[in-house]
Design a protein around this ligand. Structure first.
Ligand code: SF4
Length: 256
């Protein structure tokens, strides 16, 4: 039996994740000779076992919560970003911190803070439990409401429909986001938000000049070429938008 292997292009890590990996490497390499104290990393820096295992072997310790990091240790925050509560906890614990939050995620934090400061309710399109969502919602917990589905968008209520903004998780499928945002726009015509959305170039391909050039664009192209698109991805991204994109475009997609 012979196989044809189709490689997605682009593939591999986005610039934000590359930067976060490099941050961990710099923290490890920056230790004085003989200093074998671990470098703690809040959340796996990338959903790639080979890279994570390599960093572990060099002295990185991956944790889910700041409370697992010993007082005074060095800690790296992943590209997903963190809430002010985590930042405060790090100060209380005397951690030496390196913040590898992706600038595109920081931009969403800044927008949420800006709208919250003006008294808006911010409808945040994202998936509950994702670290990026926890970080963004933590900026203004009383004013940010999570919208996960078009059904949520149909029933969500706000105090003042004339003061509504929206923002989205950067790593969602554009197909999913546009259906939800369209529903919100219909219900709240005065809603403000990013004209081009927050879904980042690395996944949508928008910054690359064509929506077909991003990783999701590659997923969509593969979906047109194959009947079953198997994806090698880590567990946390069980909501992986590649899968969503593939299924949406008619290919049976699953995590491998
Ligand atoms: S926002 Fe985009 S570039 Fe930044 S870490 Fe997420 S996927 Fe990567």
């Amino acid at each position: 039996m012979s196989f044809v292997v189709l490689l997605a292009a682009p593939r591999g890590f986005c610039a934000g994740v590359e930067r976060a990996i490099r941050t961990v490497e710099l923290a490890l390499d920056g230790r004085a000779p003989g200093d074998e104290r671990p470098v703690y990393v809040r959340h796996e820096i990338v959903h790639n076992k080979v890279v994570v295992d390599d960093l572990r072997a060099r002295g990185a310790v991956f944790v889910e919560d700041t409370s697992e990091i010993p007082t005074g240790a060095t800690a790296v925050f992943s590209a997903h970003g963190i809430s002010p509560r985590v930042r405060d906890e790090a100060v209380v614990r005397g951690l030496v911190t390196l913040d590898a939050t992706c600038p595109l995620v920081s931009r969403v934090h800044a927008a949420v803070l800006r709208y919250a400061g003006r008294g808006y309710t911010i409808l945040f399109v994202g998936h509950a439990g994702h670290p990026e969502v926890e970080g963004v919602m933590g900026e203004a917990p009383d004013q940010v409401k999570l919208v996960q589905t078009a059904a949520d968008a149909e029933r969500i209520e706000v105090a003042d429909p004339t003061r509504v903004a929206y923002a989205t998780q950067t790593t969602l499928s554009l197909d999913d986001v546009s259906a939800i945002v369209d529903t919100l726009r219909r219900r709240f015509p005065a809603m403000v938000g990013p004209e081009a959305g927050d879904v980042c170039y690395a996944t949508s391909g928008a910054g690359a000049g064509s929506a077909a050039r991003g990783r999701r664009g590659a997923g969509a192209r593969l979906a047109q070429l194959v009947q079953l698109e198997s994806l090698a991805r880590g567990g946390r991204d069980g909501r992986c938008a590649w899968v969503s994109t593939g299924n949406c475009r008619g290919a049976r997609s699953q995590l491998a």
